[in-house]
Design a protein around this ligand. Structure first.
Ligand SMILES: Cc1cc2nc3c(=O)[nH]c(=O)nc-3n(C[C@H](O)[C@H](O)[C@H](O)COP(=O)(O)OP(=O)(O)OC[C@H]3O[C@@H](n4cnc5c(N)ncnc54)[C@H](O)[C@@H]3O)c2cc1C
Length: 529
């Protein structure tokens, strides 16, 4: 069980790393993943997200600690637990964020991470349906396609235009602002997860790559200040995977800090109560958790072409099932989140501060709550929240979930932005031609004032699944990795995934995580040249 590189976690970043590092036939790479292989049809059928999101099927389905900013509720944090990681259960929307997000990273003391410097890594992976241009790549592993959208999705975009927002043909192009269709990581009607894009095509072609599904990394093997691999629990046995060159932790925003902490890398105060000796004091591990707080405006609708629970809806889904089986088209080839918007809640802002996700059905409580009848929804999230939370250990048991505290709406400015964003979303939902679809907006019957609406926001807001920043890149005392993603003060150990983001980007986080995997792989290969 000796390799040159051992990568922990086959998620968005881990799959890219495994692909790029094993391209050198002279090195042996092991990619270890706690979850099973990605055989479930729910993963590969885009509409399958409806079934995965609320359940434990290939999903860690974490809960947060009680959130004072959310009226004391426990938040829900789904995460992919299979080859492909969260890219195997996400909504497949391809967004990079705002170019200034990356310029901010560089300005915070991370040379090499400005937008102009990361753009080639976004383009490298990409197979853009519109072909290559200044912003997009073609011929890469990750298919980025356009959806065959529902008529109500076109109505959403037109309603946005009528409300005064520019229609944006490409949120990842020259300008992010406006309302428009989302592009998605779907190829020929099937989900293009990081595993589908970067791992499966290698089957049988890379004898130097070992993919080990069902192996839960329990702690890093440390000698002095250097990592020598990782211990993995697989089928009830502990196995040591030795890394001759480097151990790369890509277990995601919750898994990566948890593994470092279990290995004694972190703040003593968080380790001592669990009887874990400090091997390397690094106070920032798990600190700085930031995620997009998201409120959903759900509407009942008399229009039965929208998704819904009814006899009509059941008949539509039956037809959709056969259509999908025949041609991989129709409603089941959709992610249901077909359009959205990036808006400024104040004209004086230099970039959008809220994002909308329009959905062709009612989404309530992560799809854990069902409504009879048909409907539609619009998410609104705060793109750069000020609230910061943390990930820590709830137990020294490596198989126990970590302690997750996003501290949602802990800062009043986030509440203020969310309220303004809610009003912008509501304006679009009330405009024609979308208003034609809308029936009653749920949960706001008795709302007459901003204070009452803030109460609703606190009772109903939760994650839109973009936690980052728990192994933050930087050069200050609380930074966990340096700008080459090496764990500060350690040797032969890197973290490469969404947890390294110095700030949360203004958009969805899959494409950025894949970019981090690309850039990380290049830095690792260069450092060992
Ligand atoms: C429901 C949902 C919807 C989303 N929708 C979108 C969207 O539409 N667009 C978008 O851009 N982003 C979306 N995201 C976010 C995006 O998918 C993630 O930000 C991204 O996948 C994170 O990549 P990562 O490599 O950091 O971690 P992950 O992809 O989560 O990978 C981490 C991997 O490590 C494994 N792991 C964890 N601990 C261990 C351990 N101890 N041992 C071994 N393996 C371990 C996990 O099982 C997982 O496979 C969504 C996320 C979710 C959950």
């Amino acid at each position: 069980m000796e390799f040159d590189y051992v990568i922990v976690g086959a998620g968005s970043a881990g799959c890219v790393l495994a692909n790029r590092l094993s391209a050198d036939p002279a090195v042996r790479v092991c990619l270890v993943e706690a979850g099973p292989a990605d055989r479930s049809p729910l993963i590969h059928t885009p509409a399958g997200i409806i079934g995965i999101l609320p359940t434990r099927h290939v999903n860690w389905a974490f809960k947060t600690v009680p959130q004072p900013g959310l009226a004391g509720r426990l938040g829900y944090q789904p995460r992919g637990k299979t080859l492909g990681g969260s890219s195997a259960i996400n909504a497949m929307i391809y967004i990079r964020g705002h170019r200034t997000d990356y310029d901010d990273w560089a300005a915070l003391g991370n040379p090499g991470w400005s937008y102009d410097e990361v753009l080639p890594w976004f383009r490298r992976s990409e197979d853009y349906f519109g072909g290559a241009n200044t912003w997009h790549g073609a011929g890469g592993e990750l298919r980025v396609s356009a959806l065959d959208a529902h008529p109500a999705t076109h109505a959403f975009i037109e309603a946005g235009r009528k409300t005064g927002h520019a229609v944006n043909p490409d949120f990842n192009g020259a300008d992010q602002e406006g309302v428009g269709h989302y592009n998605v990581t779907i190829r020929n009607g099937r989900r293009c997860s990081a595993a589908v894009a970067f791992l499966h095509p290698l089957r049988g072609t890379r004898p130097n790559l070992t993919v080990m599904a069902g192996g839960h990394a329990t702690r890093l093997i440390l000698r002095g200040n250097a990592a020598h691999g990782v211990t993995v629990r697989i089928k009830g046995r502990d196995v040591d995977l030795v890394a001759r060159r480097e151990t790369i932790v890509s277990a995601g925003a919750f898994g990566s800090p948890q593994l470092l902490l279990l290995s004694g890398i972190g703040d003593e105060a968080g380790l001592r109560p669990h009887g874990i000796a400090v091997r390397h004091a690094l106070p920032g591990v798990g600190q700085g958790l930031v995620d997009h707080p998201d409120y959903i405006l759900p509407y009942k609708s008399p229009d039965k072409s929208l998704m819904g629970l009814s006899l009509h809806g059941a008949a539509t889904m039956t037809r959709a099932f056969f259509e999908y089986r025949r041609s991989q088209t129709g409603p089941l080839a959709s992610n249901f989140g077909e359009a959205g918007a990036f808006l400024r809640t104040d004209a004086s802002l230099s970039r959008p501060d809220v994002q909308l996700h329009w959905v062709t059905g009612i989404v309530d409580d992560h799809n854990r709550k069902q409504h009879l009848g048909h409907g539609m929804s619009c998410h609104v999230c705060v793109l750069r929240p000020k609230s910061r939370g943390s990930v820590g250990l709830a137990s020294a048991d490596p198989l126990a979930p970590p302690r997750i505290d996003p501290n949602f709406l802990g800062d009043d400015d986030d509440v203020d932005t969310l309220l303004k964003g809610y009003k912008l979303a509501r304006e679009i939902m009330a405009a024609q031609p979308l208003a034609r679809y809308a029936g009653r907006e749920l949960y706001v019957d008795n709302v007459r004032s901003d204070d009452q609406m803030i109460g609703v926001l606190r009772r109903r807001t939760d994650s839109i699944y973009h936690p980052v920043g728990t192994c933050r890149m930087g050069s200050d005392d609380m930074a966990v990795v340096d700008q080459r993603l090496r764990v500060r003060g350690m040797e032969r150990l890197r973290v490469v995934d969404a947890s390294i983001m110095p700030t949360l980007v203004g958009g969805n986080t899959n494409a950025p995580s894949i970019m981090i995997g690309e850039k990380g792989a290049d830095m690792i290969a260069r450092d060992w040249q």
